[in-house]
Design a protein. Sequence first.
Length: 109
Amino acid sequence: MAENVTTLTNETFEEVIGAAELPVVVDFWAEWCGPCKMIAPILDEIATEKAGVISVAKLNVDEAADVAMRYQVMSIPTLIIFKDGEPTKRIVGAKGKEQLLQEIGEVAF
């Protein structure tokens, strides 16, 4: 995982998202999810390239099922973009870098 990607847990989710000054792209993922593994390096690149503009975080749905249920994550990977602590956009499924940047950019930069 890239150094610019934060790992979230049930315990840290609210604090990290609530205190974030930048929009946060949260990747809801699981170890067994093939598409999740496909987009992980793309999200690492985006986190590095857009540092200072957005934050990227990952939440393992197997380890933090409470948070996943609260945000009604039914399929993974699901990316939810939080701005000022509130969810503003949901992206479901693996997508290429350009498409992810375009969709994230609609609300984040």
